[in-house]
Design a protein around this ligand. Sequence first.
Ligand code: ZN
Length: 279
Amino acid sequence: MKLAAYHHGDTVRTGIVVNDRLIDTGLASSMIDLIAHWPAMKDNLAAKAAAGGGVPLASVKLAAPIERPGKIWAIGLNYADHIAESKMETPQRQVWFTKAQTSINGPFDPIQIARGTATADYEVELVAVIGKRGKHIPAAQAADYVFGYCVGNDVTERMWQHAGPQWSLGKSFDTHAPIGPWLTTADEVGDPHALNLSCSVNGEPRQQSNTRHLVFNLWQQIEHLSTAMTLEPGDLIFTGTPGGVGAAMDPRQFLKPGDVVRCEVERLGHIEGTMVAEP
Ligand code: ZN
């Protein structure tokens, strides 16, 4: 199933995407509540999807499928080609940073270049959405804890990223975590380690890879993170970006106002945002 969040007047509602239509769930609950109660909800929603109706998907403005995730964790240096272009060593241990909740952005909303900065960069990533609470989750059971997936752009302010020993501030600017276009449940995605992903800027291909090239796969990532903390429904895991970022180009190419950044992951759809100066 594909679950979207969309703007309706002053509120955000949830809906089911069926081909080019959107069927409202009829529920007042947030996406995180829906995920947390999924076993009790899913038959009802599947029946709604099968009944059809709804409105054209193109007639609604989609919102970030999860507006305020409890946690956003992202792994660095997790594709061999990106490690090489970053002139780094392949890490022996997983390298993690957080992105602030407030960096979440809608799938087609403008992405801000913050005041006084000029080194905004893109990173297409497969994003996993946690489905149920868990601590000390073994890699062999990690798939049971994944609700679904979406496309993410781990937008990064490179000067701020490298201004200190850890990266979280440079990864946490407002609007720098666009996700969407909706959540696709894990059963519809199958193996998350066999998905093509790509990023283009103004139609020019920049990143092109497949999640089979992850250094640490998603199951290892969940095992590692849940050693430290309880993972909860709606938590997001950005699983790493492949080579081709602007900071590694010669000469370096950072995003400018008016640039259109499109990120796509096989089976999950695409997100697309126009860069704008922070108002
Ligand atoms: Zn990243």
